[in-house]
Write a protein that binds this ligand. Structure first.
Ligand code: SF4
Length: 470
C-alpha cells in the first residue's frame, strides 16, 4: 500500500506545486464543509446522538468476540458463507479464490475502502479478472490509473475539466455537451452492460448487523443494488469493527455518518443484504459470501489509545476540515486512508518507521476531533505516535540533538533568557514586512509558512511593567 520510496515531504512538495490539484481540493472540501455546517444547524440533537454513537461503538468494541460470533451465526442461518481473514493478503486471496471458483471473467465492485486496504484491485488484476469499478468516482480513479484520494470522494483530486477529457478518451459513446449531466450519462452508457454481464459482485459494508447477520451499504448512486443483484455470486468484504448490535443501532449510526459525510439527512440508497436469493425471490445472487477482515484491528483493540480509532465510521469529515489535507490532498499520505484518520491508521498497517512523518504533519488544531461524529480524539492519538516514534529512536539525529540542546537550555533559566535574547536579535536581522525571511535553519518552515517577526518587547517584559504599575 505504501507509496515508498518517495517520501511524504517530497510528495507534499509536489502537491503544493500543483495549482490544478488545489482547485480540485478546494471545490470538494469547501462544498463538504458548507453542507455539513448546514446539516448541523438542522440537527440540534447532534451532541446527544454523538455521545450515544460513541457509547454503542465502545460497547461493541469491548464485546467484539460476542458480536462477531452472533453475526456469524445469524449470517450462516440466512444462507451466507462467512470467511475469516487475519491479514490483508489472506483477505484478497480468499476473494480471488472465490472469483476463480465461480469462473469469473468480469467482476463489478461497489466502492469499498477496505478493498483498497487489502490490495484487492491489484490482486484481481494480477489474477487476470476484469475489474469494473461502478462508483462514478471510482470509475474516474480506474480510468486515471491512480488511487482514491478521499474515502468518500475518491476522485476529488480531479477537476471536472480533467474528467471530461478522460471520458472523451475512454468512453465508447462520450458526451458532447460540457455539462455534469452529460458526463454522468456518458459513464452510465459505458457501465450499463458491464453491470449486467458481471459474474461476481464485490461490495463493502458500512455496518454488519449482529442480530440479523445482514450487511448494510450506503451509496448515493444506487450502484450497490445494480452491482450486487445481477451476478450469480456476491462477496462482501468488511472490517471486523463494522459491527452494530441491531438494525436500530445501524439507523442511529447512519444519522451521524450521512450528515458528517455529505451533509444530507439520508443517503439516496441504504441497502441491506441478508443471505443469497431464496426460493420465490425473483432476483439476487445464488451465493452470498462475507469476508471478515482483521488486518491489525485486534492489535488496535489491545492498545488502550488506538482502540478508540475502531469507532471510525469512515465519514471523511476529519479530512474535509483538516488544514493540512486541504493544502495537500489525499495521495500525499501514501497509505490507503488519507487525512487525519489516515495519519492514525497508516502506521498500524504500514509500520511507524515508514509513516512517522504523518503524525508530525498535524497542526494539532483539534478540528478533526470537533467534527468527528464518534468523538475520536485524533490529536491525542497522533501525539501518541509522535511519542512512540521518539521512544523507538525513529526521529532523525538532528531533531534529537536539537531537542537535547533545548532541554538543556530550557531547564536553566539564565541560560534560557540569554539564548532567547540572542535568538530574537538574530531573527530581527532577517525580518522584513513583519515576517522572518531567509533565515538559515528556518527554511523548511518559512518556505511555505509565515514566521512572524519577534514583537518589539517580550511578554515577560510587558508583564513585569504591568506588575510594577499595579
Ligand atoms: S475519524 Fe471520525 S471524522 Fe474521521 S472518518 Fe472516522 S468517523 Fe469520520
Amino acid at each position: 500500500m505504501q507509496e515508498a520510496p518517495v517520501s511524504f515531504k517530497l510528495r507534499a512538495d509536489r502537491a503544493l506545486a500543483d495549482p490544478t490539484l488545489k482547485i480540485a481540493i478546494d471545490r470538494t472540501t469547501g462544498t463538504a464543509e458548507r453542507k455539513r455546517a448546514v446539516a448541523m444547524t438542522q440537527f440540534p440533537q447532534f451532541e446527544a446522538a454523538r455521545e450515544r454513537g460513541k457509547r454503542i461503538k465502545n460497547h461493541v468494541i469491548a464485546n467484539l468476540d460476542h458480536y462477531l460470533l452472533e453475526f456469524e451465526r445469524n449470517a450462516i442461518a440466512s444462507g451466507a458463507k462467512v470467511h475469516w481473514a487475519s491479514t490483508a493478503e489472506e483477505a484478497s486471496q480468499i476473494v480471488v479464490a472465490l472469483c476463480k471458483q465461480a469462473n469469473a471473467k468480469r467482476v463489478t465492485r461497489v466502492k469499498s475502502m477496505l478493498g483498497e486496504e487489502i490490495g484487492l484491485p491489484h490482486a484481481l488484476d494480477e489474477a487476470g479478472i476484469e475489474r469494473v469499478e461502478t462508483d462514478l468516482a471510482e470509475h474516474i480513479v480506474q480510468l486515471g490509473g491512480d488511487r482514491p484520494s478521499h474515502i468518500v470522494w475518491p476522485s476529488m483530486h480531479r477537476t471536472r475539466e480533467q474528467v471530461s477529457e478522460m471520458f472523451k478518451r475512454a468512453h465508447r459513446v462520450p458526451h458532447q455537451e460540457e455539462t455534469i449531466e452529460a458526463m454522468v450519462a456518458s459513464a452510465r452508457r459505458e457501465l450499463r452492460d458491464k453491470f449486467l454481464s458481471a459474474d461476481v459482485s464485490i461490495s463493502g459494508a458500512n455496518f454488519l448487523i449482529a442480530d440479523t447477520g445482514a450487511t448494510c451499504t450506503v451509496t448515493n448512486e444506487g450502484n450497490a443494488e445494480l452491482t450486487t443483484t445481477p451476478p450469480r455470486v456476491h462477496i462482501v468484504t468488511a472490517g471486523i469493527e463494522k459491527l452494530v448490535p441491531s438494525t436500530e443501532h445501524a439507523f442511529l449510526m447512519l444519522r451521524l455518518l450521512v450528515r458528517s459525510a455529505t451533509g444530507a439527512d439520508v443517503t439516496q440508497y441504504t441497502t441491506f443484504h441478508c443471505g443469497p436469493k431464496q426460493a420465490g425471490d425473483r432476483d439476487g445472487p445464488e451465493e452470498f459470501h462475507i469476508v471478515l477482515v482483521d488486518n491489525g484491528r485486534t492489535r488496535m483493540l489491545a492498545d488502550p489509545a488506538l482502540k478508540e480509532m475502531l469507532r471510525c465510521l469512515r465519514c471523511g469529515a476529519c479530512m474535509n476540515h483538516c488544514v493540512v489535507f486541504r493544502q495537500l490532498g489525499g495521495h500525499v499520505y501514501g497509505g490507503t486512508y488519507p487525512g487525519p484518520m489516515g495519519a492514525v491508521l497508516t502506521p498500524v498497517f504500514d509500520g511507524l518507521e515508514q509513516s512517522r512523518d504523518l503524525a508530525h504533519a498535524c497542526t494539532m488544531n483539534g478540528k478533526c476531533q470537533e467534527v468527528c461524529p464518534v468523538a475520536i480524539p485524533i490529536p491525542t492519538l497522533l501525539r501518541g505516535w509522535r511519542d512512540r516514534s521518539w521512544r523507538e529512536g525513529l526521529e532523525p539525529a538532528a531533531a534529537r540533538f536539537g531537542l537535547g540542546i533545548h532541554t538543556f537550555v530550557a531547564s536553566r533559566p539564565r541560560l534560557y533568557r540569554l539564548g532567547t535574547a540572542i535568538a530574537i536579535k538574530v531573527m530581527r536581522l532577517f525580518s522584513r514586512g513583519g515576517l522572518v525571511r531567509g533565515m538559515p535553519g528556518l527554511g523548511a518552515w518559512t518556505k511555505y509558512r509565515e514566521f512572524p517577526a519577534p514583537a518589539k518587547r517580550s511578554f515577560m517584559a510587558m508583564y513585569k511593567d504591568s506588575e510594577g504599575k499595579r
